[in-house]
Design a protein around this ligand. Structure first.
Ligand SMILES: Nc1ncnc2c1ncn2[C@@H]1O[C@H](COP(=O)(O)OP(=O)(O)OP(=O)(O)O)[C@@H](O)[C@H]1O
Length: 866
C-alpha cells in the first residue's frame, strides 16, 4: 500500500516535473518569440523613422530642385521676354521717359511694340509691358480718365517718336475738354473734332479707308504695311491715328449710323493704316482690338492676361512740347535727305546686271530715291565739281548702292584715285580691318605720281574688252546681255572703272598721256556694248576741257553729274549746277542738255564706321573663291617676294640652269604686280648697269637681282664693293647667297661650270678698266655677267675707258636719279628717254626687249633702311 502510494507520488511528481518542464519550455519559447517580436518591432520602427527621414529629405530636395528650376526657367523666360521686348520696342518705343528721345526708323523697318509700363513676375526684375499699335491694333482703354489719358499721351509720343515726321496724322475727338487733353501735340497740326463733328469725322475716315483700298492698295497688297515693305522710299500714305476721348454721354449719344461707321473702322482700319485709340467707349469685338483696363497707376491688358501692369507715369509735358516743336520744324523743312542706308535694297545682291546697272545715288526733295543707270545708254559718266563739293562722297554713295545690289558675279570694280589721298583704301583690306568690298578687283591709291599705273589699268581693261569682243563675235552677240544669254556659264560681270582726278593721267604731252587717251577712247567707244563702263571725276576745269577737245571721247560720256559750282560738265546753256545748294547734284543723262536735269540730294557717305559695317556684311557673304583685290599703293615699297630668294638645299652644279635665268630688278607697275626680269643668256651685252646716286635703292636692285638668280639654280657670285657706304648691304647679300666670294677688286673670269655673276658696287670707284671691259665684252658668252652700279652715265663711260668707250656691252640699265637726257648715250633714240626721276622709282631698259623703257618700283630687300 505504502509502496503503491509512493509509486503514485513518484508518478505524480514525475508528471508534475514534466508538466513544469514543458511549461517552462513553452514559457521560454514565448519569451524568445516575444523578444524576437520586440526586436522586429524595433527594426520596423527604425526603418519607418529612417524612411520618414529619407522621404522628408527627398521631398525637401525635390522642392529645392523645383524651386531652382522654377527660378531658372522664370529668369530665362524673363530674359527672353526682355530680349524680345528690347528687339520689338527699340529706342523711343521702349526707353523710360528719363532717357527718352525720338529715334529715326530704319528704312523698311516695321513699327514695333510700344511700352506702357512694367510687369513683375515673382522675384524677377521688372519687364517692360508692351502693346502693339501701328500696323497692328486699335487700343481700347477703360478706367479713370486721368490715368488713361496719361497712357494715351505716352503711346502717342512713342508712336510719333519712332516714325518719321509726317508719317502719322493725328485726329482728336475730345468733347469734354475740346482738345485740351492733348493740346501739347497741337504744333504737329492735329485735326481737332468738335463735339458735333464725330459723325462727319467717322464718315471721312471710312471714305479714306475706301480710297486706300481702291487706289493705293489696288488689290495688289493686303495692307499698307505690305505695300510699304515692298516699295522703297517714303510711305505711300501716312498712318491716321484717331483718338476718341469719350465720356458716358458720348456713348449714349452715338447714333446707330455712327456706331456702324465706327465698327467698320474697327474691322478695316488697321490694314489701311487707320488706328483708333479710344478711352471710355467700348469698341466692337475684333481681333485687332486690344483692351486695357486701367486702374490707379496699374492696369491689365488682354495680351498679358491677369498680370498686373505697373503703368509708367505720363511723359513730362515739356518733353512732349519740345518734341512736337522740333518735329513741326522738321516737317516745315521737308523730309531730311536720304541716309546711306536708304540707298540699300531690301535684299542684297538680288539684281542681274545683264541689261545695265541701276542704283540710286540720293533722293529728290520729296524724299523719293533717284536712280541712275549705267548700261547701253548712258554707258559712261562724267562727274565734276570743285574741290570739297562732294565728288568722293558721291562716288562712295554710288558704289554702296551698286555693291549692295549687284554681287561679285554681276559687278567688278576698278578704282583709281589720282588725288593725294587714300579715298579708295577703305575698299581693300587694311591693318585694322581685314574686310574688303568683294566686287573690287583693283584699287589704286596714292597714284598721283604713278600715271603708269593708270595706264596699266587701262591696258588691263583693254585686254578684257578684247576678250569680251572675241567671245561676243564667236557667239554672235552684239551686246553684253546677249553674250550672257549665249554663254550662261561664263563669268561676264559688268565692269565699272572709276578714275578720280582722271585729268592727271591725261596731263602732259608724253607717251603715257597719248596711250591713255587712245585706250580711253577705245574703252569708251566699244566698252558700251561689252559692259565696261567708265566713271571719270575731276575738280579741274582744265581736265574736263582736255576732254572737250577730244570729241570722240567726251561724246561717249552722256551721263553727267555736276556738283555745286561745277563748270563745263553740263551744256553751256545749262546753269543748274550754279544754283544747287551744298550736298546736292544735278544728274543729267543727256550729255548735260538743259531740260534733262534731275536735282539729287546726296546722302552723307563719309562715315567710316557705317561703311565698315556695311562692307563687313558684304564681305562675309562673299562667294567662295572671291579673291582679295589688288591694291597698288604708290606710297608703299614692295618687298622682294620670298619666291625670289634662295631657299632649301643649295643647288649643285649638276642642277639644270635655264638658258637665260632672269634677274628680278623690281616690281612692274602693272595690274598683276609682276616682277620685272632681265634675261641673262649667253649673248653679247647681257650685263646690267644700275645708274644713280641713291645708294639704298641701287643696293636693293643689285641684291634683288642676285638673290633671284640664286633662287633659280646653281650659280656663283663674286661681290666687289668699292664704296664703304654699300659695304653693309653687300655683306648682307653675300651672307644670303649660297655660293659667293668677296673680292677686293674685279675678278678675272674663272672658267666655271655654273653661271657666274659679278655684282659690282660703285664700279666707278676705281675698278680696273681693262678688266671691266673684258668682262662685259667677253663674259656673257661664257656665262659671266656683270651687274654693276655706277653713280652716273659719265662715270660708267669713264670706267669703260673714257670718252670714246663703247657702251654697247651694257645691254640693260636701270636708272634712278639720272635725268632722261643724261641717258641718251645708252638709249637708241636721240635725246634719251622722257624721264624725270622720282623716289623709289626706276627706269628699266633692256635693249633686247624694250621699245620704250619701263618704270619699275625697286623692291625693298632688307627692311632696315627705308
Ligand atoms: N552729301 C553730303 N552730306 C554730308 N557731308 C558731305 C556730303 N558730301 C560731302 N560731304 C563732306 O564734305 C567734305 C568734302 O567732300 P568730298 O571729299 O567728297 O569732296 P571732293 O569733291 O571729293 O573734294 P576733293 O576733290 O577736294 O577731294 C567731306 O568732309 C565730306 O564728308
Amino acid at each position: 500500500m505504502g509502496n503503491h502510494r509512493n509509486a503514485l507520488v513518484a508518478a505524480v511528481r514525475q508528471e508534475l516535473a514534466e508538466a513544469r518542464g514543458a511549461a517552462r519550455a513553452v514559457l521560454a519559447e514565448a519569451e524568445s518569440a516575444r523578444s524576437e517580436a520586440q526586436t522586429r518591432r524595433q527594426l520596423v520602427r527604425d526603418a519607418y523613422s529612417t524612411c520618414l527621414n529619407q522621404l522628408a529629405e527627398a521631398r525637401d530636395s525635390a522642392r529645392r530642385d523645383i524651386q531652382r528650376r522654377f527660378q531658372f526657367e522664370s529668369s530665362r523666360l524673363a530674359g527672353n521676354v526682355r530680349q524680345l521686348a528690347a528687339r520689338n520696342a527699340t529706342g523711343a518705343a521702349g526707353l523710360p521717359w528719363r532717357m527718352w528721345s525720338p529715334t529715326e526708323p530704319q528704312p523698311g523697318a516695321r513699327p514695333g511694340l510700344l511700352r506702357i509700363g512694367t510687369l513683375t513676375l515673382d522675384d524677377t526684375a521688372a519687364l517692360p509691358a508692351l502693346v502693339p499699335f501701328l500696323d497692328a491694333a486699335h487700343l481700347n482703354l477703360d478706367g479713370p480718365a486721368e490715368t488713361a489719358d496719361g497712357v494715351i499721351t505716352g503711346l502717342l509720343l512713342r508712336a510719333l517718336g519712332t516714325t518719321r515726321p509726317g508719317d502719322v496724322e493725328l485726329t482728336v475727338y475730345d468733347p469734354e475738354y475740346l482738345g485740351g487733353t492733348l493740346a501739347s501735340f497741337a504744333p504737329l497740326g492735329i485735326s481737332f473734332v468738335g463735339p458735333g463733328g464725330l459723325g462727319p469725322a467717322l464718315d471721312e475716315l471710312v471714305e479714306h479707308i475706301c480710297r486706300v483700298n481702291e487706289s493705293v492698295l489696288a488689290g495688289e497688297y493686303q495692307s499698307l504695311a505690305d505695300l510699304t515693305a515692298a516699295t522703297p522710299g517714303p510711305r505711300a500714305e501716312p498712318w491716321r491715328v484717331v483718338v476718341l476721348l469719350a465720356d458716358s454721354a458720348t456713348t449714349e449719344e452715338l447714333t446707330n449710323a455712327q456706331r456702324a461707321q465706327l465698327d467698320r473702322i474697327v474691322r478695316t482700319g488697321v490694314s489701311c493704316g487707320v488706328h483708333l485709340l479710344v478711352r471710355g467707349l467700348e469698341l466692337a469685338e475684333h481681333p485687332t482690338v486690344r483692351r486695357l483696363k486701367v486702374r490707379d497707376q496699374t492696369a491689365t491688358c488682354d495680351i498679358t492676361g491677369d498680370l498686373e501692369i505697373r503703368l509708367d507715369s505720363a511723359p513730362p509735358a515739356e518733353r512732349v512740347a519740345a518734341f512736337c516743336r522740333a518735329t513741326a520744324e522738321r516737317l516745315r523743312a521737308g523730309p531730311p535727305p536720304a541716309r546711306l542706308s536708304d540707298l540699300e535694297p531690301r535684299e542684297f545682291w538680288a539684281e542681274s546686271s545683264a541689261h545695265g546697272l541701276v542704283a540710286p545715288i540720293g533722293d529728290s526733295t520729296d524724299g523719293s530715291l533717284i536712280e541712275v543707270l549705267l548700261g547701253d545708254d548712258p554707258p559712261h559718266a562724267l562727274i565734276g565739281g570743285p574741290s570739297g563739293s562732294g565728288k568722293t562722297n558721291l562716288i562712295y554713295a554710288w558704289l554702296a548702292a551698286l555693291s549692295t545690289r549687284y554681287g561679285p558675279e554681276e559687278l567688278a570694280l576698278y578704282l583709281l584715285d589720282f588725288k593725294e589721298g587714300v579715298s579708295f583704301a577703305r575698299f581693300v583690306p587694311g591693318p585694322r580691318d581685314p574686310a574688303w568690298l568683294p566686287q573690287v578687283r583693283l584699287a589704286g591709291i596714292n597714284v598721283n605720281g604713278d600715271r603708269e599705273f593708270g595706264l596699266a589699268m587701262l591696258r588691263h581693261l583693254s585686254e578684257e574688252l578684247r576678250t569680251r569682243a572675241q567671245a561676243a563675235k564667236r557667239l554672235d552677240a552684239s551686246k553684253l546681255a546677249e553674250l550672257r544669254a549665249e554663254d550662261p556659264d561664263g563669268h561676264w560681270p559688268r565692269i565699272v572703272a572709276v578714275i578720280d582726278e582722271f585729268q592727271v593721267l591725261l596731263a602732259g604731252r608724253d607717251a603715257v598721256a597719248d596711250e591713255a587717251v587712245s585706250l580711253l577712247e577705245d574703252l569708251a567707244r566699244r566698252g558700251r556694248s561689252q559692259g565696261i563702263h567708265l566713271i571719270l571725276a575731276s575738280q579741274d576745269v582744265s581736265g574736263i576741257e582736255a576732254l572737250w577737245g577730244r570729241s570722240g571721247l567726251i561724246g561717249q560720256f552722256t551721263l553727267r553729274i555736276a556738283l555745286p559750282k561745277a563748270r563745263r560738265i553740263l551744256g553751256d546753256d545749262n546753269l543748274a549746277a550754279a544754283v544747287i545748294p551744298r550736298f546736292h547734284a544735278v544728274v543729267n543723262a543727256q550729255s548735260g542738255a538743259a531740260g534733262a536735269n534731275q536735282v539729287v540730294r546726296l546722302p552723307d557717305a563719309g562715315d567710316r564706321l557705317v561703311w565698315r559695317s556695311l562692307q563687313r556684311r558684304l564681305w562675309r557673304d562673299r562667294p567662295d573663291g572671291c579673291e582679295e583685290p589688288r591694291l597698288f599703293d604708290g606710297d608703299a615699297v614692295p618687298l622682294l617676294p620670298e619666291s625670289c630668294r634662295p631657299a632649301g638645299p643649295v643647288p649643285s652644279a649638276a642642277h639644270p640652269v635655264g638658258s637665260s635665268p632672269g634677274a628680278v630688278l623690281g616690281e612692274r607697275i602693272d595690274v598683276a604686280a609682276r616682277p620685272a626680269r632681265l634675261r641673262l643668256g649667253r649673248m653679247p651685252g647681257r650685263n646690267l648697269a644700275v645708274l644713280g646716286t641713291r645708294t639704298d635703292e641701287a643696293c636693293d636692285i643689285l641684291a634683288a637681282a642676285a638673290l633671284s638668280l640664286a633662287a633659280q639654280g646653281p650659280a656663283h657670285f663674286s661681290l666687289v664693293c668699292l664704296d664703304p657706304d654699300a659695304a653693309r648691304p653687300a655683306a648682307r647679300l653675300i651672307a644670303e647667297l649660297p655660293s659667293a666670294d668677296w673680292c677686293d677688286a674685279l675678278p678675272e673670269a674663272p672658267p666655271l661650270d655654273v653661271p657666274h655673276y659679278v655684282i659690282g658696287y660703285a664700279l666707278d670707284g676705281g675698278a680696273d678698266q681693262a678688266l671691266l671691259r673684258k668682262l662685259v665684252t667677253e663674259g656673257p658668252e661664257q656665262r659671266t655677267h656683270v651687274l654693276g652700279w655706277w653713280r652716273s652715265v659719265a662715270r660708267l663711260r669713264d670706267s669703260l675707258g673714257g670718252l670714246g668707250a663703247r657702251l654697247d656691252p651694257i645691254g640693260a640699265w636701270v636708272a634712278l636719279d639720272v635725268q632722261g637726257a643724261d641717258l641718251a648715250p645708252l638709249y637708241p633714240q636721240p635725246g634719251g628717254p622722257a624721264w624725270y626721276p622720282r623716289t623709289r622709282r626706276a627706269l628699266f631698259f633692256d635693249r633686247s626687249v624694250h621699245r620704250t623703257p619701263e618704270v619699275i618700283v625697286p623692291y625693298e630687300v632688307n627692311s632696315d633702311h627705308t
